[in-house]
Design a protein around this ligand. Structure first.
Ligand code: BJW
Ligand code: ZN
Length: 253
Protein backbone atom coordinates (compact mmCIF):
# COMPACT_ATOMS: atom_id res chain seq x y z
CA UNK A 1 0.00 0.00 0.00
CA UNK A 2 1.34 3.45 -0.83
CA UNK A 3 1.44 6.58 1.29
CA UNK A 4 -1.40 9.04 0.53
CA UNK A 5 -0.71 12.48 -0.95
CA UNK A 6 -1.66 14.03 2.39
CA UNK A 7 0.74 11.67 4.22
CA UNK A 8 3.57 12.60 1.85
CA UNK A 9 2.92 16.28 2.31
CA UNK A 10 3.05 15.91 6.13
CA UNK A 11 6.24 13.83 5.87
CA UNK A 12 7.79 16.58 3.75
CA UNK A 13 6.81 19.44 6.00
CA UNK A 14 6.74 18.15 9.62
CA UNK A 15 9.22 19.97 11.86
CA UNK A 16 8.42 17.89 14.92
CA UNK A 17 8.18 14.11 14.61
CA UNK A 18 7.54 11.53 17.31
CA UNK A 19 7.84 7.80 16.63
CA UNK A 20 6.61 4.82 18.64
CA UNK A 21 7.95 1.43 17.63
CA UNK A 22 6.96 -2.08 18.65
CA UNK A 23 8.15 -5.62 18.05
CA UNK A 24 7.06 -5.54 14.38
CA UNK A 25 9.94 -3.22 13.46
CA UNK A 26 12.41 -5.91 14.50
CA UNK A 27 10.53 -8.81 12.89
CA UNK A 28 12.43 -8.47 9.60
CA UNK A 29 15.68 -8.65 11.59
CA UNK A 30 14.57 -12.07 12.85
CA UNK A 31 13.30 -11.11 16.31
CA UNK A 32 9.94 -12.84 16.90
CA UNK A 33 7.02 -10.57 17.83
CA UNK A 34 4.95 -11.20 20.95
CA UNK A 35 1.55 -11.91 19.50
CA UNK A 36 0.03 -13.57 16.49
CA UNK A 37 0.89 -16.79 14.69
CA UNK A 38 4.60 -16.20 14.64
CA UNK A 39 4.55 -14.75 18.14
CA UNK A 40 7.27 -15.40 20.63
CA UNK A 41 7.13 -18.71 22.38
CA UNK A 42 3.71 -19.84 21.22
CA UNK A 43 3.35 -22.10 24.26
CA UNK A 44 2.80 -19.05 26.53
CA UNK A 45 1.07 -15.71 26.11
CA UNK A 46 3.30 -12.74 27.03
CA UNK A 47 0.84 -11.87 29.83
CA UNK A 48 1.54 -15.28 31.42
CA UNK A 49 5.30 -14.85 31.62
CA UNK A 50 5.89 -11.10 31.65
CA UNK A 51 4.77 -10.46 35.20
CA UNK A 52 6.41 -10.53 38.60
CA UNK A 53 4.15 -13.24 40.03
CA UNK A 54 5.10 -15.62 37.19
CA UNK A 55 8.74 -14.84 37.87
CA UNK A 56 8.49 -15.58 41.60
CA UNK A 57 6.47 -18.74 40.96
CA UNK A 58 8.83 -20.08 38.34
CA UNK A 59 12.02 -18.01 37.87
CA UNK A 60 13.69 -20.83 35.94
CA UNK A 61 10.92 -20.84 33.31
CA UNK A 62 10.91 -17.05 32.96
CA UNK A 63 14.71 -17.09 32.61
CA UNK A 64 14.43 -19.87 30.02
CA UNK A 65 12.27 -17.46 27.97
CA UNK A 66 14.71 -14.57 28.36
CA UNK A 67 17.72 -16.77 27.72
CA UNK A 68 16.14 -17.96 24.47
CA UNK A 69 15.44 -14.37 23.45
CA UNK A 70 18.91 -13.14 24.40
CA UNK A 71 20.40 -15.89 22.26
CA UNK A 72 18.18 -14.88 19.32
CA UNK A 73 19.20 -11.24 19.73
CA UNK A 74 22.90 -12.07 19.63
CA UNK A 75 22.58 -13.10 16.00
CA UNK A 76 20.37 -10.35 14.61
CA UNK A 77 21.15 -7.03 12.93
CA UNK A 78 19.23 -3.76 12.50
CA UNK A 79 17.13 -3.72 9.31
CA UNK A 80 16.36 -0.88 6.86
CA UNK A 81 13.54 0.42 9.10
CA UNK A 82 15.91 0.90 12.07
CA UNK A 83 18.49 2.54 9.80
CA UNK A 84 15.90 4.88 8.27
CA UNK A 85 14.77 6.06 11.71
CA UNK A 86 18.38 6.73 12.68
CA UNK A 87 18.70 8.93 9.62
CA UNK A 88 15.42 10.72 10.36
CA UNK A 89 16.86 11.70 13.73
CA UNK A 90 19.62 13.50 11.86
CA UNK A 91 17.41 15.44 9.45
CA UNK A 92 14.30 16.35 11.44
CA UNK A 93 14.54 19.42 13.64
CA UNK A 94 12.67 17.95 16.61
CA UNK A 95 12.73 14.15 16.53
CA UNK A 96 11.84 11.75 19.34
CA UNK A 97 12.10 7.97 19.10
CA UNK A 98 10.15 6.05 21.71
CA UNK A 99 10.29 2.26 21.68
CA UNK A 100 8.56 -0.57 23.48
CA UNK A 101 11.33 -2.89 22.34
CA UNK A 102 14.05 -4.19 24.64
CA UNK A 103 16.32 -5.46 21.85
CA UNK A 104 18.81 -2.59 21.37
CA UNK A 105 18.34 -2.63 17.60
CA UNK A 106 17.58 1.09 17.37
CA UNK A 107 20.83 1.95 19.15
CA UNK A 108 22.73 -0.57 17.04
CA UNK A 109 21.15 0.99 13.94
CA UNK A 110 22.61 4.38 14.84
CA UNK A 111 19.79 6.10 16.75
CA UNK A 112 21.39 8.25 19.40
CA UNK A 113 18.49 9.14 21.62
CA UNK A 114 16.10 6.27 22.30
CA UNK A 115 13.39 6.38 24.94
CA UNK A 116 12.94 2.79 26.10
CA UNK A 117 9.52 2.39 27.72
CA UNK A 118 9.84 -1.30 28.61
CA UNK A 119 13.50 -1.52 29.62
CA UNK A 120 16.36 -3.37 28.00
CA UNK A 121 17.02 -7.09 27.89
CA UNK A 122 20.78 -6.66 28.22
CA UNK A 123 20.47 -5.28 31.73
CA UNK A 124 19.44 -7.22 34.84
CA UNK A 125 19.38 -6.55 38.55
CA UNK A 126 18.97 -8.30 41.90
CA UNK A 127 15.42 -8.09 43.27
CA UNK A 128 16.75 -7.94 46.86
CA UNK A 129 19.70 -5.54 46.81
CA UNK A 130 19.13 -3.97 43.33
CA UNK A 131 22.74 -4.64 42.32
CA UNK A 132 22.92 -4.37 38.51
CA UNK A 133 24.23 -7.32 36.49
CA UNK A 134 25.17 -7.53 32.80
CA UNK A 135 24.73 -10.45 30.44
CA UNK A 136 23.28 -13.01 32.81
CA UNK A 137 21.24 -16.01 31.67
CA UNK A 138 20.15 -19.42 32.96
CA UNK A 139 23.05 -21.33 34.45
CA UNK A 140 24.18 -24.73 33.12
CA UNK A 141 21.71 -26.55 35.39
CA UNK A 142 18.83 -24.47 33.98
CA UNK A 143 18.53 -22.40 37.15
CA UNK A 144 17.76 -18.69 37.31
CA UNK A 145 20.82 -16.53 38.03
CA UNK A 146 21.52 -15.40 41.60
CA UNK A 147 23.16 -12.25 42.93
CA UNK A 148 26.87 -12.56 43.62
CA UNK A 149 26.54 -10.17 46.50
CA UNK A 150 23.43 -11.29 48.45
CA UNK A 151 22.20 -14.48 46.76
CA UNK A 152 18.89 -12.86 45.73
CA UNK A 153 17.16 -13.65 42.46
CA UNK A 154 18.31 -11.65 39.45
CA UNK A 155 15.60 -10.36 37.12
CA UNK A 156 15.80 -8.79 33.66
CA UNK A 157 15.60 -4.98 33.75
CA UNK A 158 12.37 -4.85 31.76
CA UNK A 159 8.85 -3.67 32.54
CA UNK A 160 6.35 -6.44 33.19
CA UNK A 161 2.55 -6.21 33.32
CA UNK A 162 1.35 -4.41 36.43
CA UNK A 163 4.68 -2.55 36.77
CA UNK A 164 5.20 1.14 36.27
CA UNK A 165 7.03 2.40 33.22
CA UNK A 166 10.12 4.54 33.87
CA UNK A 167 8.41 7.80 34.82
CA UNK A 168 10.66 10.37 33.15
CA UNK A 169 11.02 8.33 29.98
CA UNK A 170 7.26 8.06 29.61
CA UNK A 171 6.79 11.77 30.38
CA UNK A 172 9.35 12.72 27.71
CA UNK A 173 7.52 10.50 25.22
CA UNK A 174 4.14 11.97 26.15
CA UNK A 175 5.50 15.52 25.83
CA UNK A 176 6.95 14.73 22.40
CA UNK A 177 3.63 13.16 21.34
CA UNK A 178 1.76 16.26 22.48
CA UNK A 179 3.96 18.71 20.54
CA UNK A 180 4.63 16.80 17.32
CA UNK A 181 3.10 17.54 13.89
CA UNK A 182 3.59 13.95 12.78
CA UNK A 183 3.41 10.79 14.86
CA UNK A 184 4.65 7.52 13.34
CA UNK A 185 3.29 4.32 14.87
CA UNK A 186 5.38 1.44 13.60
CA UNK A 187 5.02 -2.32 14.09
CA UNK A 188 2.95 -2.44 17.25
CA UNK A 189 -0.35 -4.18 17.95
CA UNK A 190 -1.28 -1.18 20.09
CA UNK A 191 -2.88 -3.25 22.80
CA UNK A 192 -0.42 -2.58 25.62
CA UNK A 193 -0.97 0.57 27.65
CA UNK A 194 0.17 3.16 28.52
CA UNK A 195 2.46 2.98 25.44
CA UNK A 196 -0.59 2.70 23.16
CA UNK A 197 -1.94 5.98 24.53
CA UNK A 198 0.89 8.00 22.91
CA UNK A 199 -0.58 8.10 19.37
CA UNK A 200 -3.90 9.14 20.92
CA UNK A 201 -2.20 11.96 22.81
CA UNK A 202 -0.65 13.08 19.51
CA UNK A 203 -3.97 12.88 17.67
CA UNK A 204 -5.77 14.80 20.42
CA UNK A 205 -3.17 17.56 20.07
CA UNK A 206 -3.73 17.81 16.32
CA UNK A 207 -0.87 15.68 14.94
CA UNK A 208 -1.16 13.57 11.82
CA UNK A 209 -0.82 9.95 13.01
CA UNK A 210 0.61 7.59 10.41
CA UNK A 211 0.58 3.88 11.23
CA UNK A 212 2.80 1.30 9.55
CA UNK A 213 1.84 -2.31 10.15
CA UNK A 214 1.55 -5.47 8.14
CA UNK A 215 -2.09 -5.66 9.27
CA UNK A 216 -4.79 -3.39 10.72
CA UNK A 217 -4.65 -3.05 14.52
CA UNK A 218 -6.83 -1.96 17.43
CA UNK A 219 -5.55 1.58 16.83
CA UNK A 220 -6.13 1.72 13.07
CA UNK A 221 -9.60 3.26 13.36
CA UNK A 222 -8.15 6.02 15.55
CA UNK A 223 -5.18 7.12 13.42
CA UNK A 224 -5.07 9.45 10.40
CA UNK A 225 -3.77 6.82 7.99
CA UNK A 226 -2.62 3.19 8.08
CA UNK A 227 -0.10 1.94 5.59
CA UNK A 228 -0.33 -1.83 5.41
CA UNK A 229 3.10 -3.19 4.61
CA UNK A 230 6.44 -4.18 6.01
CA UNK A 231 8.27 -1.62 8.09
CA UNK A 232 11.54 -2.46 6.33
CA UNK A 233 10.01 -1.26 3.06
CA UNK A 234 7.68 1.55 4.15
CA UNK A 235 9.90 3.38 6.66
CA UNK A 236 12.72 3.94 4.11
CA UNK A 237 10.03 5.28 1.72
CA UNK A 238 8.93 7.71 4.42
CA UNK A 239 12.53 8.79 4.91
CA UNK A 240 12.83 9.42 1.16
CA UNK A 241 9.79 11.76 1.32
CA UNK A 242 11.28 13.58 4.28
CA UNK A 243 14.55 14.03 2.43
CA UNK A 244 12.79 15.75 -0.47
CA UNK A 245 12.65 18.91 1.56
CA UNK A 246 15.54 18.56 4.01
CA UNK A 247 19.30 18.35 3.93
CA UNK A 248 21.28 15.77 5.88
CA UNK A 249 22.87 17.21 9.02
CA UNK A 250 20.11 19.70 9.87
CA UNK A 251 19.81 18.14 13.28
CA UNK A 252 23.39 16.96 13.83
CA UNK A 253 25.25 18.14 16.90
C1 BJW B 1 4.87 -5.74 11.56
C2 BJW B 1 5.83 -6.50 10.93
C3 BJW B 1 6.58 -5.87 9.91
C4 BJW B 1 4.92 -7.74 12.46
N1 BJW B 1 6.34 -4.61 9.59
N2 BJW B 1 4.62 -4.50 11.21
C5 BJW B 1 -5.39 0.60 30.12
C6 BJW B 1 -6.34 -0.22 29.55
C7 BJW B 1 -6.24 -1.61 29.65
C8 BJW B 1 -5.18 -2.20 30.34
C9 BJW B 1 -4.23 -1.38 30.91
C10 BJW B 1 -4.35 -0.01 30.80
N3 BJW B 1 -3.28 0.55 31.43
C11 BJW B 1 -2.52 -0.44 31.93
C12 BJW B 1 -3.08 -1.62 31.63
C13 BJW B 1 -2.52 -2.93 32.01
C14 BJW B 1 -1.41 -3.42 31.11
C15 BJW B 1 -1.96 -3.57 29.69
O1 BJW B 1 -1.75 -2.77 28.82
N4 BJW B 1 -2.61 -4.69 29.42
C16 BJW B 1 -3.16 -4.97 28.09
C17 BJW B 1 -2.59 -6.28 27.56
C18 BJW B 1 -4.64 -4.97 28.15
N5 BJW B 1 -0.25 -2.52 31.14
C19 BJW B 1 0.67 -2.60 32.10
O2 BJW B 1 0.56 -3.40 33.02
C20 BJW B 1 1.82 -1.62 32.03
N6 BJW B 1 2.03 -1.00 33.28
C21 BJW B 1 1.14 -0.12 33.78
O3 BJW B 1 0.18 0.24 33.17
O4 BJW B 1 1.48 0.34 35.02
C22 BJW B 1 0.46 1.00 35.76
C23 BJW B 1 -0.21 -0.06 36.60
C24 BJW B 1 0.45 -0.48 37.73
C25 BJW B 1 -0.18 -1.44 38.55
C26 BJW B 1 -1.41 -2.00 38.15
C27 BJW B 1 -2.00 -1.59 36.95
C28 BJW B 1 -1.40 -0.60 36.18
C29 BJW B 1 3.13 -2.34 31.74
C30 BJW B 1 3.16 -2.99 30.40
C31 BJW B 1 4.46 -3.76 30.23
C32 BJW B 1 4.51 -4.54 28.94
N7 BJW B 1 5.66 -5.41 28.94
C33 BJW B 1 5.97 -6.22 27.78
C34 BJW B 1 7.18 -7.11 28.12
C35 BJW B 1 8.46 -6.27 28.16
C36 BJW B 1 9.65 -7.08 28.51
C37 BJW B 1 9.98 -8.11 27.48
O5 BJW B 1 10.24 -7.79 26.31
O6 BJW B 1 9.98 -9.28 27.85
O7 BJW B 1 6.27 -5.36 26.67
S1 BJW B 1 4.60 -7.20 27.16
C38 BJW B 1 5.00 -7.01 25.45
O8 BJW B 1 3.95 -6.26 24.78
C39 BJW B 1 6.25 -6.11 25.43
C40 BJW B 1 5.96 -5.21 24.26
O9 BJW B 1 6.76 -4.05 24.34
C41 BJW B 1 4.48 -4.98 24.38
C42 BJW B 1 3.81 -4.51 23.14
O10 BJW B 1 3.91 -5.45 22.12
P1 BJW B 1 4.17 -4.98 20.62
O11 BJW B 1 5.50 -4.37 20.51
O12 BJW B 1 3.03 -4.20 20.15
O13 BJW B 1 4.28 -6.40 19.87
P2 BJW B 1 3.10 -7.34 19.30
O14 BJW B 1 3.68 -8.68 19.10
O15 BJW B 1 1.89 -7.25 20.14
O16 BJW B 1 2.72 -6.69 17.90
C43 BJW B 1 3.63 -6.69 16.81
C44 BJW B 1 2.97 -5.95 15.66
O17 BJW B 1 3.90 -5.85 14.60
C45 BJW B 1 1.72 -6.65 15.09
O18 BJW B 1 0.68 -5.69 14.99
C46 BJW B 1 2.17 -7.11 13.70
O19 BJW B 1 1.12 -7.07 12.74
C47 BJW B 1 3.24 -6.11 13.37
N8 BJW B 1 4.27 -6.56 12.43
N9 BJW B 1 5.85 -7.77 11.43
C48 BJW B 1 5.33 -3.96 10.19
N10 BJW B 1 7.57 -6.56 9.20
ZN1 ZN C 1 21.61 -8.89 45.65
Amino acid sequence: MTISAKGISVLESAASVCVLTGAGISAESGVPTFRGKEGLWSKFKPEELANFRAFINNPDLVWEWYTYRKNVMKDVKPNPAHLALAEMERIVEDFTLVTQNVDNLHQRGGSRNVYELHGNIERSYCIDCRRPEQNVMLDEQGKAPRCKSCGGLIRPDVVWFGELLPYETFQMGAAAAARCDLFLLIGTSGIVYPAASLPLVARDHGAYVLEVNQEYTDLSSRVSETIVGKAGVIVPEMLASMKNTRKRGTNSE
